[in-house]
Design a protein around this ligand. Sequence first.
Ligand code: SF4
Ligand code: SF4
Length: 227
Amino acid sequence: MSAHIPELNIRQIYAAFNQPITLIDCGEMCAPYNSNETPFCCDICHAVPAAYAQEWKFLQKNTYLWHEWRGDECAATPTEAASLRAETPEAMLLLACLGATQCQRPYRALSCRQFPFFPYITDDFRFLGLAYEWAFEDTCWVISHLEQVSLEYRQEFTTTFDELFSRWPQEMESYAIHSEEMRSAYVEMRRRIPILHRNGGCYLLNPGSERIQRVESKKLAKHGPYQ
Ligand code: SF4
Ligand code: SF4
C-alpha cells in the first residue's frame, strides 16, 4: 500500500528555497572540467534530476523547461534506464531539462536547489544538517569548497526540509536510508563524513559511532581536479 503523501505547495517551497549555494557562480568553477563545458549537475550525462510527482504537475503548468526523462538524452553514454527508474522512489519521477543555457531559475526542481546536498539523518532519526552526494566528489566544485556555502543557503535548506519532514515523515525515512548508505560507504573507505551542521558549524562525523568533531571547513579535503 502506498504511504500517504501530503499536498505540497510547490510555489511556496520554491520561493522559500531560492538562495544560490555560493556567492560566486559555482557552475563557472566546474564547467571547465567537463568535456562539454557544462556544469556537471546540469549535464544529463552526469546527473538525471528527480522531482516529486506534485512538482512535475506544477512545472508542466508553468514552463516548457522540462520533459519526462526518456533515457536517450545522453548520446555519449546511454544510461541504464530500467535500473535508474527502479532506484527512483515511488513518489518521484525522472526529468530532463533544456540544459544550462536555457535554465529558468524560478522553475528549477527541488533536486536542483538541494544539489549537491541531501539532509543527513542520524541513526537515531535526527536531521543533523547537510551531507553531500559523495559520488560527485570528483566533479562538483562546491564539495571541495564547503567553506563557500552561504549560511543563508544552509538556513533555507534546513527550514525547507524541517517543514517537509514535519508533514511527510516517510520522506525523512528515505533520507535516513540514504544516510545509512553513506555511513556504510565511509566505513568501508575508512573516512569521516563532512557535515554542514544545522547549528551553522562544520563537522566531521565518524560513520561508525556518529561522534562529531568540529573542523574548519576550508581545511577539509579537496577532490579530483580541485586539489
Ligand atoms: S553544484 Fe557543483 S556540479 Fe553543480 S554547478 Fe555548482 S559546482 Fe558545478
Ligand atoms: S533546471 Fe537549471 S539548474 Fe536544474 S538541471 Fe536544468 S539547467 Fe541545471
